[in-house]
Design a protein. Structure first.
Length: 340
């Protein structure tokens, strides 16, 4: 009969390394507090024995799970990928594990996911944008779970955020377009309902139009989910209308790439026949032809700073000051003055 080997314990590691169990625990949970020689001996013993720390015991001792929950609207495209990657890397460096869920832009799904992550002991939550039922924020406050918002920034909000000003960024693009002489302008936007980031971007465009004497209500705004094919179809609809625009402002780079493909299908040259702009500056924006004029969002910097802020909230049990991440306009080949 084969005898089952028991899993190695903290005592086994301590004995092999020739140190106390307290030193082993400190080395695993706070390695910066252990001298390098001792740390190397302990880690060598851990590797040799194949020791895995007891997560439940660690959580009970620290009164937290070292788990952070993040809910993003979609995993279907690259909008959130770079920021979430940097967020996860920063968490890992501090000993935290990230659990990610996707809501598919459905507020009820997001609310259910929030409750599920809290039930699983998430120490803090990372959410995209402010707009959700106030009852969700009340629930998180009752559960004493810190929440940090990103991909948006509003100094008037009372929920801490590490993000950027969507309105300001899109107004900069609209100002550049108008400054080149465009007056026939159209917008391909993401869905506005329940999405404060999209709404703020459209409002930024409207502000720029009004500032230059253009009635915002005369500018068509087509709403569509953030997918390349949807951007293509919306662009074609605009360009086959009785008065096609000379510039199309897209709500993000995914829609803008779709618009570029639509221009190819219609035999139009960008920007000679029509200018197209995006928002986010994901990798696609730089490799398409022509490269997209867009708003550069430093996603990795935002993700890392968001992780640091949320960890501080978890460990100090106090709110942090909101941080506005600066964004910049990137002028590239997809934008030029109109022909006429």
């Amino acid at each position: 009969m084969t005898r089952t080997r028991s899993a190695p314990t903290l005592d086994d590691v301590a004995q092999l390394a020739g140190v106390s169990t307290a030193t082993v625990s400190r080395c695993l949970n706070a390695p910066d507090r252990v001298v390098e020689g001792t740390r190397k001996k302990v880690l060598a013993a851990v590797d040799e024995l194949g020791y895995t720390p007891n997560f439940g015991a660690r959580a009970m001792a620290a009164k937290r799970t070292f788990t952070i929950g993040a809910i993003i609207p979609t995993m279907d495209n690259a909008i959130f990928a770079r920021g979430i990657q940097a967020f996860q890397e920063a968490l890992f460096e501090r000993g935290y594990t990230l659990l990610v869920a996707s809501s598919s832009y459905d507020p009820q799904v997001e609310a259910d996911q929030i409750r599920s992550l809290v039930a699983r002991g998430a120490d803090g939550l990372f959410l995209i944008g402010y707009e959700r039922d106030p009852a969700v924020y009340d629930y998180l406050a009752q559960q004493s779970v810190p929440v940090l918002i990103s991909w948006a920034f509003d100094a008037q909000q009372n929920v801490p955020t590490v993000g950027f000003d969507n309105r300001k960024g899109m107004r900069a693009i609209a100002e550049a377009i108008i400054g080149l002489g465009h007056r026939r302008i159209a917008v391909v936007s993401g869905m506005l309902d329940g999405n404060d980031r999209t709404t703020e971007r459209v409002e930024g465009i409207r502000e720029a139009l009004s500032a230059h004497g253009i009635d915002p209500d005369t500018v068509p705004v087509l709403q569509t989910p953030y997918e390349i094919d949807n951007g293509t179809e919306a662009f074609k609809s605009l360009m086959t209308s009785a008065t096609p625009p000379t510039a199309v402002i897209c709500g993000n780079d995914v829609l803008a790439v779709g618009a570029l493909l639509g221009a190819q299908d219609l035999g139009l040259t960008v920007p000679a026949d029509v200018s197209i702009t995006g928002f986010d500056d994901i990798e696609l924006a730089r490799i398409v032809t022509p490269a997209l004029t867009t708003v550069h969002v430093p996603h990795r910097d935002m993700g890392r700073k968001a992780a640091e802020a949320l960890i501080e909230m978890v460990e100090t049990k106090a709110p942090v000051a909101s941080v506005e991440i600066p964004i910049t306009l990137k002028m590239r080949g997809s934008l030029a003055p109109p022909k006429e």
